[in-house]
Design a protein around this ligand. Structure first.
Ligand SMILES: *Cc1c(COP(=O)(O)O)cnc(C)c1O
Length: 340
């Protein structure tokens, strides 16, 4: 039995999802004639009470499109030092938009409104880049699946409004945050100019992300997506998986969260584990005591038990629970860890 905890992206479509994909009516989405893509976009826009939504092949492309919409070359965005848009999108911020990142030293990937305000360059000081956008990530990936305090997000919104900054949410795992905190999409839709959400992470789709925003912004996003090479043809087969996941796979995320917590509790009791970061959702980040075992040998050792996880660098090891991580696997993992 292979236990793959490298990411929540390793899931394969369930039979219900595959059925939905096979039955999907499709057309050419570049001509906006794919009924299933249109249905998914309408559904997600309505969930967030935004005017429009646009289907993307990846979360990276959805974020990069949003950044392109909100900035001009030479400008600067503000994000936490752990942000996916800065660390894990191949430098796309500068490549695609000619924009630099002002990094904030937040807590587990989360900044305060005061930190954001302090990071804004004075708009009349033409020597420094013009600040035009704030990017938030919820849950935080490198921050260990941490969820933002919604009140802080509201305070940051006020800073954005006062300083005429756009406000983008990288919500790759926003579903996890909403389940954990009992929040709803509409709350987020009211706060942010654009939101990207992944269907291919916790929700278990093979492919896909969605960007939501105003009709105006999404009209521009359509062009940017085309330029980035993201215009897909009979994409309804993929969108059908998304519709199915939104209908069936959101509330079950709570199960991933409780299993992650139990993994953390087990790790915490192992002599060679130095520290387990607080676990709120489905991501477990921990450090080992390098005097007792190296990161690499722990990864290797568990691999010999067919348990797979990754190092994120900088002393951070990561396990991520997901839909295809079953109770049977969970029991085996805890047992294997306890016997190490
Ligand atoms: C996975 C992820 C993305 C998008 O990733 P893709 O692999 O391009 O779909 C964006 N932001 C965060 C925080 C992520 O974890």
């Amino acid at each position: 039995m292979t236990i793959n905890l490298i990411s929540d992206t390793v899931t394969k479509p369930s039979s219900g999802m595959l059925d939905a994909m096979m039955r999907a009516p499709v057309g050419d989405d570049v001509f906006k004639q794919d009924p299933t893509v249109n249905e998914l976009e309408k559904k997600v826009a309505e969930m967030f009470k935004k005017e429009r939504a646009l289907f993307f092949p990846s979360g990276t492309m959805a974020n990069q499109t949003a950044i392109k919409l909100h900035t001009q070359p030479g400008e600067q965005l503000i994000c936490d030092k752990y942000a996916h848009v800065f660390n894990y999108e191949g430098g796309g911020v500068s490549f695609n938009s000619g924009v630099s990142c002002r990094l904030v030293d937040g807590d587990r990937g989360m900044m305060t409104a005061q930190q954001v305000e302090d990071a804004i360059n004075p708009p009349d000081f033409y020597h420094s880049p013009l600040t035009s956008l704030v990017c938030i990530e919820n849950t935080t990936n490198k921050g260990g699946g941490a969820c933002w305090d919604f009140e802080e997000l509201k305070r940051i919104k006020q800073v954005c409004s006062k300083n005429k900054l756009a406000y983008h949410l990288d919500g790759a795992r926003l579903w996890n945050a909403m389940v954990k905190r009992g929040e709803n999409p509409q709350q987020y839709g009211e706060l942010f100019d654009t939101i990207s959400v992944c269907l291919s992470k916790g929700l278990g789709c093979p492919v896909g992300s969605v960007l939501v925003g105003s009709a105006d912004l999404m009209e521009k996003a359509l062009r940017v997506r085309k330029i980035f090479g993201g215009g897909m043809r009979q994409a309804g087969y993929l969108a059908a998986a998304g519709i199915y996941a939104l209908d069936h796979h959101i509330s079950r995320l709570a199960k991933d969260h409780s299993r992650a917590k139990e993994i953390g509790e087990t790790l915490q009791n192992l002599a060679f584990v130095k520290r387990v970061e607080p676990i709120e959702t489905n991501i477990v980040i921990f450090q080992v005591n390098e005097n007792l075992i190296s990161e690499l040998s722990l990864v290797q050792k568990l691999k010999s038990h067919d348990v797979h996880f990754i190092s994120m660098g900088q002393g951070k090891l990561r396990m991520v629970t997901h839909m295809d991580y079953t109770q049977e696997m969970h029991e085996k993992l805890l047992d294997t860890l306890n016997k190490l």
